[in-house]
Write a protein that binds this ligand. Structure first.
Ligand code: F6R
Length: 619
């Protein structure tokens, strides 16, 4: 979750660290800090609660009051609180009692309470409530005079996950680092005269402006970064020579391009993102999944398909599973990665595990992927961030080409995930002979038209859903209904609304309403039904009537071809005609706009909703 940046170079460290933190702020934004060695080798530490702007302000203030923050080696951190409130004392970096070690951390130290008690028993005085400070204090208590040796001795005592950046008081030229389970990357800044600096980061987004070659530490590896190069080691002290991953693109600073919010911009980018994602899959003579073809070898041997993900990625998996079962007849299910990992699932080589993630770093999804691999399942990643842990460990990936997604609430990554899953289910049905040439031709053509229809859906729905938002923005509770694929779309719509507008939103399979939840519907309660599947439209309609009879303010997203005049809802939005199985994709668009406008009217922090982070790297 938290963002880590480290720099050892020839230039002023503070601007480099602040620039890196800006690129990482989406990982957490409740407090931030930086530590750097000044020109005399003393440590300057500045922290602030709140967003990065607060840290920038604090740094300026302290420099005006005489702080020397002109150094070339340092660490920065942007926090998403796990242990301890987002206050300044709990912000990273954390220093040990005597200032020997300064640490930034991403991850969770599960045995921190035990270690803290032990260290307090030895007279250590803690300055924060965090699990991270335990690491700094433990390092100080274990110090041998060699930071690498100290790390090797101390780290095995930690249970849980960590990506660490570490500064040592008598070595102002080096940034030390270590990793277990949480991602950690490094890069060199190369010039014609050789290496001019090195960088450490929790995420490639902070490194790619400097280099396309990124070195990824593996679990149990340590490193030392200096201005003239970097070296990596195993826990046994042997040197490791890492091979860089070469990224295909340079990342420029994220730019709102005239929009007020990244989310609104990313909503509008969906037709293009869909086009980019589908183009390599929809070849002239039919579907071809690139690397994904390897996962479908021996297609008749696939007897179960599992879709694993969290949040919106799980919702994409719900669509994937419904579609897969419909097109291939193979028993399919979507599982929340966070629950899946806690069970002892029995998988084998007849199971295809489709692991879905925008960031490619979601801790629970990564754990689920590892379990699926251990159990011998075939694994296929559907990942947006190139070079991420899930992309690396899946082995076989169909990339979503959404591009950089900055807003915490996913929009274009979700849409592109759906498009990949459509292609996957269709291709498997083709390879197994489950679908006839007529259906394949028709569905593939509908897929080709999807980006254009997405553009049309965005265009035609904005005015309507803005009006809906004006009516619903004050609501305390809202309900989203749908059956089958429409339910999947409703689930995603509810998540979008609640995460950015803080309006309570729950999705129900429409038939379930009367098994309890209908008692919550009072006159005026907004109920939004997704009714796009011809097969279940009549039944959904009855459920809408039931809600209407109890006074619900009914809203309905429906599609051309559904007899919508008969729907109980006066407020209706009709999506452009597409293949019925693709409507989940189009229905997502007005739902995103609805959530966006509710949040905008309520003046919420749309791109960085409270308590959330873009990349959830803790369990
Ligand atoms: C919701 C949202 C989250 C993510 C979830 C998984 O708008 O963005 O629910 O979908 O945290 O993240 P990834 O896809 O990065 O694994």
């Amino acid at each position: 979750m938290c963002g880590i940046i480290g720099y050892a170079g020839r230039d002023e460290a503070a601007p480099v660290l602040l620039d890196g933190l800006e690129r990482l702020e989406y990982r957490g934004y409740d407090s931030a800090g930086l530590a750097l060695f000044d020109r005399g080798g003393a440590l300057a530490l500045v922290r602030a609660s709140g967003k990065l702007a607060a840290l920038r302000g604090r740094l300026l203030e302290e420099m005006e009051q005489g702080l020397d923050a002109h150094g070339t080696v340092g660490l920065g951190h942007t926090r998403w609180a796990t242990h301890g409130a987002p206050t300044e004392p709990n912000a990273h970096p954390h220093r040990s009692m005597r200032g020997t070690y300064t640490v930034v951390h991403n991850g969770i130290i599960e045995n921190y309470a035990v270690l803290r008690r032990e260290l307090e028993g030895k007279g250590v005085v803690f300055a924060s409530e965090t699990d991270t400070e335990v690491i700094a204090q433990l390092l100080e208590q274990t110090d041998t005079g060699s930071p690498l040796e100290t790390l090797r001795k101390a780290l095995p005592r930690l249970e849980g996950s960590y990506a660490l950046g570490v500064l040592y008081h008598t070595d102002p030229e080096t940034v030390y680092c270590a990793r277990r389970q949480s991602p950690l990357l490094a890069a060199k800044i190369e010039t014609d005269e050789g290496t001019a600096g090195t960088l450490l980061a929790s995420d490639a987004a902070a490194l790619l402006p400097y280099s396309r070659e990124v070195y990824r530490l593996e679990d149990g590896e340590l490193g030392a970064l200096r201005a003239d190069g970097m070296r990596f080691y195993g826990m046994d002290g042997t040197e490791h020579f890492l091979q860089p991953m070469v990224f295909s693109r340079h990342v420029t600073a994220a730019d709102k391009g005239g929009y007020v919010h990244f989310m609104r911009k990313e909503i509008d980018e969906q037709p293009e993102a869909l086009r980019r994602t589908l183009a390599p899959l929809l070849q002239k003579d039919g579907l071809f999944l690139g690397q994904g073809e390897a996962a479908l070898r021996d297609p008749d041997g696939i007897r179960r398909v599992l879709f694993l993900g969290c949040g919106s990625a799980y919702h994409a998996g719900l669509v994937g599973a419904a579609l897969m079962e419909k097109l291939t007849g193979i028993p399919s299910a979507a599982e929340l990665a966070s629950e899946f990992r806690g069970r002892k699932p029995r998988l084998d080589r007849h199971c295809l595990a489709v692991v879905i993630s925008q960031s490619g770093e979601t801790a629970d999804t990564l754990a689920a992927l590892r379990i699926a691999k251990e159990q011998g399942a075939r694994v296929l990643g559907v990942v947006n961030v190139e070079g991420s842990s899930i992309a690396q460990e899946s082995g076989c990936v169909i990339p979503t080409q959404a591009g950089l997604e900055v807003a915490v609430a996913t929009t274009k990554a979700y849409s592109t995930q759906l498009s990949v899953l459509y292609a996957l289910a269709t291709r498997l049905a083709e390879l197994r002979g489950d679908a006839g040439p007529g259906f394949l031709r028709e569905f593939t053509q509908a897929l080709r038209r999807l980006p254009g229809q997405a553009a049309a859906a965005l265009h035609t729905s904005e005015g309507t859903v803005r009006d809906w938002a004006a009516e619903c923005q004050q609501a305390q509770h809202t309900y989203f209904l749908g059956r089958q694929l429409d339910y999947c779309a409703a689930a995603e719509a509810a998540l979008k609304l609640k995460e950015i507008s803080y309006i309570h939103a729950e999705a129900y399979p429409a038939g379930e309403l009367k098994h309890g939840t209908i008692s919550l519907i009072e006159p005026g309660t907004p109920v939004l039904a997704v009714c796009c599947q011809p097969e279940v439209a009549a039944k959904t309609r009855s459920n809408m009537e039931e809600a209407h009879a109890r006074g619900a303010a009914l809203y309905c997203i429906t599609a051309e071809g559904i007899p919508h005049a008969a729907l109980a809802a006066e407020r209706r939005l009709v999506l452009p005609g597409t293949h019925a199985l693709l409507t989940a994709s189009l229905a997502a668009l007005p739902a995103q706009l609805f959530a966006y406008h509710c949040a905008a009217l309520k003046k919420c922090d749309i791109d960085q909703p409270r308590s959330l982070a873009k990349s959830v790297t803790v369990e």
